[in-house]
Design a protein around this ligand. Structure first.
Ligand code: PM9
Length: 471
């Protein structure tokens, strides 16, 4: 049979012009931004692949939903729509809206973690781990070893290593483990999924020991798509059914709705335990807003409830992940070292191999993100040593096994032509990669340093000398 291509399952109704800059404008912009792509002004960015968080395009139905915002302080109709959508598609009973994902992480961590506790998780996420630490806990990585190897093609690199989890239980005792922090489509591993068999087994092991399981459901729909593609027995299940099954094994979830749920702001905490829900409602009114809005406008909750319904449509999720695969395959074909298999929300380039002439102490991933911006106006995010921060006890840099930059694809925003331009830019730098210089800190914030840190090149004053113009 002849190959049948898919195309984006939407047409464009409104456009937002992009500004194309010159190389010297970009050199000036990145220097002023301290070689940190987080500190660039978005007006200076051509294709913005910093994050898929809050950057999705909403549908016409969602924009219409904004007009139906009920901005009552208490009991907004939009809260009940949101609650209904979460109960239907995620299956949890009690819903506490928050301004975004970290608001939910804060509440959950403060309620369940005691000083001296251990929180196992399938790889760290920056804000999640920090909230666990601020509550007095210590994060313990229990992801499978395959996740740390960018070339390993294991289809479920997000899986929990049950032996590592058991070893932690044996070492510290179940009473010092408040919950397993289980992330779907693990962000820092490259957007890699967990299998349902593994989710079932990990949750079973925890529940046997009276340990709860809280899902980071931020990209659970993308995980559900990979289960449908890769896990035997699920090929004929709907995305909605798989999502429900994932959640059914857990005790609740935190959610950054800025990703899967197709909105620009929002989050929620969901739990099945009525008493825990009560405690969470008491906290949300202190830190976020009333328990029926949690820091959100009524219209935001309406857009979210509609986004949840759209997110599980097969055509949507196939095209969303298909676009990421399109970019990934273009880079693989050009010989660029990327994390494989291609993940769900972005392409993760192995900066340590790409810039093998730079030592880890000179932050190759940070340098590559800056160089890519100078080369093309494409903005990527560092996901390596700078993101990993310092060890709290020794004060030394953590050197994670993965030193990556992430080209994150916003949902329903860019076309395949933008993916072509991005791939060409990466290949352009790869050809001149030895010209990229390392970086050192000029300012290092104490927490979540990657957001606001500033750097300077270790040699010379340019991150990437243009071979055509430099002497
Ligand atoms: N993720 C991302 O770009 C946005 C901030 S970068 C620190 O990937 C997971 C798996 C996330 C996530 C945010 C959050 C926090 C929790 N879990 O940004 O607070 O990927 O809504 O969510 C970002 P909020």
């Amino acid at each position: 049979m002849k190959k049948r291509s898919w195309a984006e399952p939407y047409k464009i109704k409104m456009v937002e012009p992009l500004r194309v800059t010159t190389r010297s404008e970009r050199e000036q912009a990145i220097t002023e931004a301290g070689f940190n792509t987080f500190l660039l002004h978005s007006k200076d960015v051509y294709i913005d692949l910093l994050t898929d968080s809050g950057t999705s395009a909403m549908s016409d139905r969602q924009w219409a939903g904004l007009m139906m915002g009920d901005e009552a302080y208490a009991g907004s109709v939009n809260f009940y729509h949101l609650q209904e959508a979460i109960q239907k598609f995620y299956g949890y009973q009690h819903i506490i809206p928050t301004h975004q994902g970290r608001g939910a992480e804060h509440i959950l961590s403060q309620l369940l973690i005691h000083k001296g506790d251990y929180v196992p998780g399938n790889m760290y996420f920056t804000t999640t781990k920090l909230h666990q630490e601020l509550a007095g806990g210590t994060f313990v990585d229990v992801i499978v070893d395959e996740a740390h190897d960018p070339d390993n093609e294991f289809p479920f690199k997000g899986n929990v290593d049950l032996a590592k989890l058991q070893a932690l239980i044996d070492r510290v005792g179940a009473e010092h483990i408040p919950y397993l922090s289980l992330e779907t489509n693990v962000n820092m591993a490259g957007g890699q999924p967990c299998s349902l068999a593994n989710i079932r087994a990990a949750c079973g092991l925890c529940h046997e020991h009276n340990i709860k399981v809280f899902l980071d459901a931020t990209r659970a729909v993308e995980n559900a798509y990979f289960i449908k593609q890769r896990e035997a027995g699920y090929e004929n299940h709907s995305i909605a059914d798989i999502l429900r099954e994932i959640c059914s094994h857990t005790d609740g979830c935190t959610m950054s709705a800025k990703k899967d749920c197709l909105v620009n702001i929002g989050g929620w905490l969901a739990v099945n335990d009525a008493e825990l829900a009560d405690h969470a409602r008491n906290m949300v009114v202190v830190y976020e807003g009333l328990h029926t809005y949690g820091g959100l406008a009524g219209r935001d909750m309406e857009a979210m409830s509609l986004g949840i319904r759209e997110s599980v449509e097969y055509d949507h999720i196939r095209a969303r992940i298909g676009q990421v695969e399109y970019l990934g395959n273009a880079l693989i074909d050009a010989g660029i070292p990327i994390v494989r298999p291609i993940g769900g929300h972005g392409i993760f380039i192995d900066a340590a191999r790409f810039l093998s002439h730079l030592p880890r102490e000179e932050f190759p991933a940070q340098a590559l993100a800056a160089a890519l911006y100078v080369e093309s106006g494409v903005r990527a995010m560092e996901r390596g040593t700078v993101s990993a921060g310092r060890d709290h006890t020794t004060g030394k840099n953590n050197f994670p096994k993965l030193e990556l930059i992430r080209l994150t694809i916003p949902r329903r925003v860019y076309t395949q032509a933008h993916m072509d331009v991005t791939a060409e830019a990466v290949v352009g730098i790869y050809e001149d990669r030895n010209l990229v210089t390392g970086l050192r800190f000029t300012y290092e914030p104490k927490q979540l340093r990657f957001f606001q840190a500033r750097f300077e090149p270790t040699t010379g004053n340019q991150i990437l000398r243009d071979p055509d113009t430099s002497a």
